[in-house]
Design a binder for this molecule. Structure first.
Ligand SMILES: Nc1ncnc2c1ncn2[C@@H]1O[C@H](COP(=O)(O)OP(=O)(O)OP(=O)(O)O)[C@@H](O)[C@H]1O
Ligand SMILES: [Mg+2]
Length: 161
């Protein structure tokens, strides 16, 4: 459900985990190679839930999508090409971002990043920021688009309506 709209951001209420996953699916369907989705928000805010929806949409089928909390990154393939899902919570240093190949990956893949604060400086121009927050037992999401994502958000279709 759409609560309020600013020219380049969108605030959404997510009543349950299925709504978070459905938002992820809409994002994953619109995502293209060379672009990144940065998932901000505190522990348990729903970042992995949203990522799973996006991964399923990218792959084109329900798929096992383990949280990359310990592995830092998981790779997927879909009709459009490669998608990497990273969780930088346990990143020891910013050098590790290069070691796990996130910057190189952007040349030919798409990227979804949880705890992206340390990656933000290297993020591509064409990216979507999603900030998830707790709202009682439910969640809220703020979407901000940059580059082509700014136009995509303005074009609609992300509010579930
Ligand atoms: N809109 C929602 N309303 C209620 N619960 C939700 C919602 N979205 C996700 N959840 C639930 O919140 C819990 C935490 O979700 P998730 O693991 O995706 O969070 P996270 O942000 O990835 O956490 P972490 O920071 O530990 O990686 C899960 O049980 C999930 O089902
Ligand atoms: Mg997570």
């Amino acid at each position: 459900m759409r609560i309020a709209a600013a020219p380049d951001s969108l605030d959404l209420a997510l009543a349950d985990a299925a709504a978070t996953e459905a938002l992820g699916a809409r994002i994953g369907a619109a995502l293209e190679l060379g672009e990144a989705v940065l998932l901000f928000g505190p522990l348990g805010a729903g970042k992995t839930t949203l990522a799973r929806g996006a991964i399923s949409a990218w792959v084109g089928a329900e798929t096992e999508a383990p949280s990359p909390t310990y592995t830092l990154v998981q790779a997927y393939e879909g009709p459009k090409g490669g998608l990497r899902h990273a969780d930088l919570y346990r990143l020891a240093s910013t050098h590790e971002i290069e070691e796990i190949g996130l910057v190189d990956a952007l040349l030919e893949e798409a990227l979804i990043v949880e705890w992206p604060e340390r990656f933000a400086a290297q993020a591509p121009e064409n990216r979507l920021h999603v900030t998830l927050s707790h709202a009682g037992g439910a969640r809220r999401a703020r979407l901000e688009g940059f580059g082509v994502w700014r136009r995509r958000l303005a074009g609609g279709g992300f509010d579930g309506g």
